[in-house]
Design a protein around this ligand. Sequence first.
Ligand code: FAD
Length: 400
Amino acid sequence: MSGGSVDFAILGAGVVGLTTALELRRRHPGCSVRVLEKEPAAGLHASGRNSGVLHAGFYYTADSLKARFCVEGSRRMREYCADRGLRVGKHGKLVVARTEADHAGLDELLRRGAANGVRLRAISEAEAREIEPRVRTAGRAIWSPDTATVDPAEVMAALAADCTRQGVELRTSEPVLAAGPGWVRTPAGRIDVGHIVNAAGLYADRIARGFGFAEGLEIIPFKGLYLYSDEPPSALRTSIYPVPDLRNPFLGVHFTVNVDGHAKIGPTAIPCFWREQYGWHERFRAGELAAVGAAVARLWLADSFGFRRLAAQEMRKYSRSVLVGQAAELATGVQVGQYRRFGRPGIRAQLLDRKRAQLIMDFRVEGDERSTHVLNAVSPAFTCSLAFADHVCDIVDRSA
Ligand SMILES: Cc1cc2nc3c(=O)[nH]c(=O)nc-3n(C[C@H](O)[C@H](O)[C@H](O)COP(=O)(O)OP(=O)(O)OC[C@H]3O[C@@H](n4cnc5c(N)ncnc54)[C@H](O)[C@@H]3O)c2cc1C
């Protein structure tokens, strides 16, 4: 059975896959571009299940791809939303100090923000209270006026509609069963492909290995749970984040004000036992359990970047009272009774360097003249996507 031939095949209809497909189509209008997605619609994994924050770009060191694409990506995503009539919540964000020991962390974020060209203000505790009367902070804080929120599912639906309108062939419910240089196999048969872009999120490392890439690397899944507030919209005026532990890629328990003005707590970063473990039994795969278990065990033994402590702390966050208790360090008037509803979790496709037992912090792109593999498209890849897609397409074009 033959699935025909195409110039470009994109594996995965997340935000990376769709923005890359649109950009390839724009650059090569005479070429065929096909997106293959295993699910019945685009954006059913991380891209449709994230916090929806358009990050301003001050967490990342200036030499990183994250820093390079975050400011432009956020600006372009806001323009895209305005153009398509999608909602953008312009609530900004406060980064607070839980104790004075966090002041060094605030200074480091200010330094990174300045290096990355991000608009930030170092403010006093009193100024922070003017912005958000309920905020708790020890002495000072950072105000980021350009942090915004969107509804990621709305954005994904708009991108999918754009793909169809612009002649990208978006094939849903068509899983990639195997792939190698110049070909892809799906239930519809073998497809001959000029260039393959692997944007398969949680499975990107597996697919990359079929091409001889992602050597020594393994994706391990971390679950992000959200607890939703019953308080009315605008009960919190702005998102509130703690100073994160910059040794790992997670931002700690925080409040995000959604596009509709409601606040949510989360996301957690709880290690999963298999890749799409959204619920206790959902999408169980024994092979993955063994591989993820081995990777987590390696991290546990090495304990580089304080993994044991992180994992133990994160596992406790399945408890509503623990999660709310930690969030209550950031704002006053926060009670367990107001936070009764866990929302849809998302799972991060976090890349691990097996040999060094380290989580990879930056995006990673590997490839050659026949294929390009996007690995470690973790946060803020949603924010960066429109700018990052240009970078991926530059790599594809250079390789031709
Ligand atoms: C809890 C959480 C919160 C986050 N918050 C933010 C945030 O606030 N701001 C931000 O910028 N970023 C955030 N992120 C990160 C952001 O969501 C991701 O970086 C981004 O969505 C990655 O997009 P992607 O296209 O690489 O992956 P995905 O969205 O996972 O897409 C990959 C696609 O590939 C498909 N696929 C996999 N295997 C196959 C196969 N064999 N055949 C066909 N299709 C396949 C999958 O079904 C999926 O649709 C968050 C992530 C999580 C999990």
